[in-house]
Design a protein around this ligand. Structure first.
Ligand code: 0O2
Length: 209
């Protein structure tokens, strides 16, 4: 398998989508309104993870292009839970890709405690051989959900996917605590946003003298 050639369009898709999603954030800033997007990251799945996932899901190598939805992965991190759904509906209204699937792991959390909103899109990449349609996964989550998922991911790596039961139950409790934090922050959302707007205006004033 020529991995370099296979992954090149995925890298292109990730690079383009990062620019587009970060553009949404900038637009909010120009309009000096609250941005539902805190930050955006993206990555192409490492070859070792593609092989491990294909083995785990018993996916023949010639089907991964059609079956593996997260070779191109984007992550949109938001301040508040409501922002996640706002970003989700903005993405569904765009004309530069098609949403093919949505997975709401917020109202229906995973067994591990994982919460996030996943949108699977079909994205057209222009190559020297013409247009190529690729699948990409956009994970949308709050800062608190991201904190939890990043820590749990590290532990999964440390324990090769076999996290000891005691730590698993700690993680489940931590996931609930993170969700309560999101709920508490949502209640005082208006105050937080007003404070952030005042702070932003002050910074702008200082920048321009
Ligand atoms: P990586 O290293 O992030 O690329 P699955 O059977 O769950 O592995 P599936 O069916 O393709 O995968 O889709 P799913 O579960 O909707 O989403 C897969 C991705 O979501 C994972 O990619 C993770 O990034 C994230 N995710 C899903 N469940 C969990 C979880 O319990 N904890 C954490 N930290 N992340 C999760 P990969 O390929 O597993 O890994």
């Amino acid at each position: 398998m020529n991995w370099e050639a296979f992954l090149a369009p995925y890298q292109q898709a990730v690079d383009e989508l990062k620019v587009k999603l970060r553009g949404m954030r900038s637009q909010y800033e120009y309009e000096s309104s609250h941005s539902p997007i805190e930050f955006v990251t993206g990555r192409v799945k490492p070859i070792s993870s593609i092989l491990e996932k294909a083995r785990r899901k018993q996916m023949p190598m010639n089907t991964i292009e059609k079956e593996m939805q997260d070779i191109a992965g984007l992550r949109v991190v938001c301040q508040f839970v409501d922002d996640i759904y706002a970003v989700g509906s903005m993405l569904k209204n765009r004309n530069d890709f098609t949403v093919v699937e949505e997975k709401d792991y917020i109202s229906d959390k995973k067994e591990s405690g994982y919460r996030s909103y996943h949108i699977i899109i079909e994205y057209p990449v222009e190559t020297i051989h013409g247009e190529k349609l690729l699948l990409a996964e956009i994970q949308i989550r709050t800062l608190a959900m991201n904190f939890w998922a990043t820590n749990e991911h590290s532990l999964n790596y440390k324990y090769s996917g076999q996290i000891p039961v005691k730590i698993q139950s700690r993680l489940k409790r931590a996931a609930e605590a993170a969700f309560r934090l999101d709920e508490e922050m949502s209640i005082i959302r208006n105050d937080i946003q007003e404070a952030q707007q005042i702070f932003r205006k002050k910074q702008e004033k200082n920048k321009h003298g």
